[in-house]
Write a protein of this length. Structure first.
Length: 147
């Protein structure tokens, strides 16, 4: 039993090592076309500091990270769909956030702005300027609030 556990730990560490720290710099032109279009539409006036590509060997998928000179960040999946947008000094552009989420936030948390938004197959996670995090399902219904 001890040998099996040690083997499992070794395999896990090996896979973790393969999937960690494999960011490599790429040119903006190497991003998927959908990501390039997104950047040109929503962040055309923002100076890009670095673009990296990362391969996750466990799920055999590619991910792209864009970091702007002001510290804002965007993560894209292999097709160029945004997965995470983090704005440190400004708000996430309102035309990116689904209207139902924007309306809910403005009614429930007046005077706040969205600083970060994550999107995955389960829904959206939104972090507000006051530190509150609101989770929405794919039908844009808020189901959890963490403060």
């Amino acid at each position: 039993m001890k040998k099996i556990m040690m083997t499992l730990i070794a395999v896990t560490v090996s896979f973790s090592t393969l999937s960690a720290d494999n960011d490599r710099p790429v040119q903006t032109s190497q991003l998927p076309q959908l990501a390039q279009t997104f950047l040109n539409k929503h962040f055309k006036d923002s100076k890009i500091a670095m673009v990296t590509s990362e391969r996750d060997w466990l799920i055999m998928d590619q991910e792209y990270n864009v970091v702007f000179a002001n510290g804002d960040k965007i993560e894209f999946d292999s097709k160029g769909n945004w997965e995470n947008i983090e704005c440190r000094h400004a708000s996430v552009p309102q035309n990116i956030v689904p209207n139902a989420i924007t309306q809910h936030i403005s009614q429930a948390f007046p005077g706040t702005s969205i600083k970060e938004i994550d999107h995955d197959r389960r829904g959206y996670d939104v972090e507000l300027s006051n530190g509150v995090e609101v989770k929405f399902d794919n039908t844009f219904k808020a189901y959890k609030i963490d403060d």
